[in-house]
Design a protein around this ligand. Structure first.
Ligand code: ATP
Length: 231
């Protein structure tokens, strides 16, 4: 589904991401972990063609993301609140995203149903603009909007950040059911090692812009990662 080939991103002469090769298969769920500044968000931004690599290319289903718009039809993403439109209500934003994908009001309502527990009665019918929601609730709006189009590929940057413990568990279950029921391809970053392991079958570790580990998750992965990050 995704192929990263020899990408490098530099800012002011400093290389912040350097990945010779990363392939993510269709239906695979990959978690990217790494300390602050490791390059996770920069990698995601290049995969989504929000920034261009200084060298190399990213391919989605064999097409260079910088040279085609096709991948946008089957890709849902939420990286940060910059993806949201501050002056809309949550409903207006879902409608805006739904319209982009040709969804009717009924489709939108139906597709949001699995998110109702996750929303915890704090997202819909609030009569307030997105800018006035808490950071955690803004995250919920962004994640639900990213999933609204029923994407084949879902890319989420730190989806568990700012969420209360109940919401983190609900999100974990939502992502797992998206994987099981729809065979969605998932690329997420997280600082929460236990959640990301429960959602993803494969974990890649980034350090100083490089992929330093690539592992299939098993019962030892959490302790291996905890050891890795204990310095
Ligand atoms: N526009 C930019 N200009 C200069 N440096 C940048 C820019 N964007 C990112 N960087 C640098 O690239 C490096 C990687 O940042 P990035 O945000 O990708 O890391 P991250 O792994 O997502 O970190 P975090 O876990 O803190 O979110 C950092 O050193 C950051 O300062």
């Amino acid at each position: 589904m995704i192929e990263v080939r020899n990408i490098e991103k530099s800012y002011n002469g400093t290389v912040v991401v350097n990945i010779p090769e990363l392939t993510i298969a269709t239906g695979e769920a990959v978690g990217v972990v790494g300390n602050n500044g490791a390059g996770k968000t920069t990698l995601f931004r290049m995969v989504l063609d929000l920034i261009r690599p200084s060298k190399g290319e990213v391919y989605s289903k064999g097409t260079n993301v910088a040279k085609s718009e096709e991948w946008k039809d089957y890709t849902g993403s939420h990286l940060d609140e910059g993806f949201l439109i501050d002056y809309l209500t949550a409903e207006e934003y879902f409608k805006f995203i739904g319209d982009l994908h040709g969804l009717s009001d009924g489709d939108i309502t139906e597709r949001l149903l699995p998110f109702m527990d996750f929303f915890n009665d704090e997202i819909l019918n609030q009569r307030k603009y997105i800018r006035d929601f808490s950071k955690g609730n803004q995250k919920k709006i962004g994640v639900a909007a990213a999933a609204l189009s029923d994407p084949e590929l879902l890319i989420l940057d730190e989806p568990f950040a700012n969420l209360d413990p109940s919401s983190q568990i609900r999100l974990k279950n939502l992502l797992r059911s998206l994987r099981e029921q729809k065979r969605i391809t998932l690329l997420i970053s997280s600082h929460d090692l236990s959640h990301v392991i429960e959602v993803c079958e494969r974990i890649v570790v980034m350090e100083k812009g490089q992929l330093v580990q690539d592992m299939q998750t098993n019962e030892n992965t959490l302790s291996e990662l905890e050891t890795y990050f204990t310095v």
